[in-house]
Write a protein that binds this ligand. Structure first.
Ligand SMILES: [Cu+2]
Length: 504
């Protein structure tokens, strides 16, 4: 196996080229976008900006590129600065940052800063009024980096029937905002983005695990919808970062090490569930925000748009596969070999325990009353409750499913209004047989309840509402301006599953 393509100088080199004032973090090449830790700010400026003040802190070049997913598996896509994921953009909380985006394609593009509290003009969203990066042109995004945590950036262009645009491309990357909070002791830090490639339309639904009949499904209609389902987006190839399982460098670890994993689902379509046999993930943050009750889990479920930060204690020497628990996805590439020092045997996979169902609420605040659950009383009363009902119109024009928010496809008129400083309780009612990762731009929300289970203290920007399920979140309207809400599955978003919140 040739290694020239994936042994590289980490992202520091790229960032340093763009800024001209950053120090390379490390003297020797590291594979796998892998960094020793704990380094506080390995990639940010150590000196004052140049006197001219004109160079951007970071540069991203949008251009066609090839990705060698594995030997003799090379795909063509659009990426940032010829890397998948794009360069790691690492910055300090409250740092004023400029990113120069150069668009070497024939179409307008938008770069969205997912999870950042930035104004609509720079959020990278057409619907909020951000200007595009014109074809063969450039645009500089300038913002203050906040809040701290694992954020990311990606194309926010509508793709519609073109499966080579928007989130279907390689236009995504990690954005880390380092704050004062110490994420805990760790010995190395890795950034892992989950992906599929070569999307196509199919009647087969690859994503869904069989629904658990014991799931509450509070929004299930009395009568099932018997209309035939439309086309969904599938994919034959999977990867972590730019490599299929076995094709890249293994993650090399030492017994006793603590490895901080920044997991991102950069997929356009699929929820993923990953496990590392023989090990537990100590989940410390969801969507970059520290959780009140870090917990060890066997399986992490992560939807398009979400991030999970977890620390793994390497206490089971061997060679293991960190991978998707669905065999088809893992065998099609979604995995990574974890290799302990001096261990050379074949990488091992064993399925996780059957009862490893993902539940956000276990990471919330506990200890209210005697039930062990949070209660509505744990949250201040909202100024207003906004019900949002989501429905599928199966097999519409072109055989694509369309999506309704309160009975209407996007755009709405003035259905969703916020007053600055108000506290809003949003009740997401999923009356469809798919799970949806729902994302609100430029804000955080706090999870109040999921399928009847109360919780508190979990702050997110994207939440999975399970099939026929319900999630309730509290949103404080503290970021004036147009605010886009949508399902983070590109096809759902493109075909109706969006709404704009307006401040009045
Ligand atoms: Cu959706």
């Amino acid at each position: 196996m040739r290694r020239r393509d994936f042994v590289r100088l980490g992202w520091a080199t790229v960032i340093a080229t763009g800024a001209g004032k950053l120090r390379p973090a490390f003297g020797k090449p590291l594979g796998l976008q892998q960094f020793p830790g704990p380094l506080k700010h390995p990639m940010i400026a150590t000196s004052e900006p140049k006197a001219t003040g004109r160079a951007a802190d970071f540069t991203l070049q949008i251009a066609p590129m090839m990705v060698e997913l594995a030997p003799q598996v090379v795909i063509s896509t659009i990426g940032y600065s010829n890397k998948v994921p794009g360069p790691l953009l690492r910055m300090r909380e409250d740092q004023r940052v400029s990113v120069e985006v150069v668009n070497d394609t024939d179409v307008p593009e938008y770069v969205h800063w997912h999870g950042l509290h930035v104004p609509p003009e720079v959020d990278g969203v057409e619907e909020e009024g951000t200007p595009p990066v014109p074809p063969h042109g450039r645009r500089r995004y300038q913002f203050v980096a906040r809040p701290a945590g694992s954020r990311w950036y990606h194309s926010h262009t509508a793709a519609m029937m073109d499966l080579h645009r928007g989130a279907y491309t390689g236009q995504f990357g990690f954005l880390m905002i380092d704050g004062a909070n110490d994420p805990g002791r760790y010995d190395q830090e890795v950034f892992l983005a989950l992906r599929e490639w070569q999307y196509f339309l199919s009647t087969m639904d690859q994503d869904e695990m069989a629904a658990d009949p014991s799931d509450p499904m509070p929004e299930k209609p009395a009568k099932p919808d018997l209309r035939p389902n439309g086309l969904e987006v599938s994919a034959p190839l999977y990867s972590i970062n730019d490599k299929m399982l076995g094709a890249g460098d293994p993650l090399r670890v030492q017994p006793g090490q603590h490895v901080l994993i920044h997991l991102l689902n950069a997929s356009a379509a699929q929820i993923h569930r990953v496990a590392l046999p023989g090990h537990k993930f100590q989940v410390i943050a969801l969507d970059g925000n520290p959780v009140p009750s870090p917990q060890p889990v066997d399986v992490i479920e992560i939807a398009p748009g979400e991030r999970v930060d977890a620390i793994v204690e390497m206490n089971n020497p061997g060679v293991w596969i960190l991978g998707e628990i669905r065999d088809v996805a893992r065998q099609s590439g979604l995995g990574l070999v974890v290799e302990y020092a001096n261990q050379k045997q074949r990488a091992r996979w064993t399925p996780p325990p059957l009862k490893s169902r993902w539940d956000y609420t276990i990471f919330g605040t506990t200890g209210f009353g005697t039930t062990g659950f949070g209660t509505a009383a744990s949250h201040p009363a909202p100024d207003q409750t906004i019900d949002m009902v989501f429905e599928k119109v199966p097999g519409g024009p072109n055989g694509i499913n369309h999506w309704l928010v309160n009975g209407k496809e996007y755009p709405h008129d003035r259905e969703f209004l916020l007053r600055q400083g108000g506290r809003y309780r949003l009740v997401f009612r999923n009356r469809s047989d798919d799970s949806h990762p729902l994302h609100i731009h430029r804000h955080l929300f706090e999870l109040v309840e999921l399928n009847g289970k109360a919780t508190a203290g979990i702050k997110k920007d994207t939440v999975i509402v399970p099939a026929f399920g319900r999630a309730t979140v509290d949103l404080i309207a503290d970021q004036p301006g147009l605010t886009l809400f949508h399902c983070h599955i590109q096809q759902h978003m493109d075909f109706g599953f969006m709404a704009l919140f307006r401040y009045v």
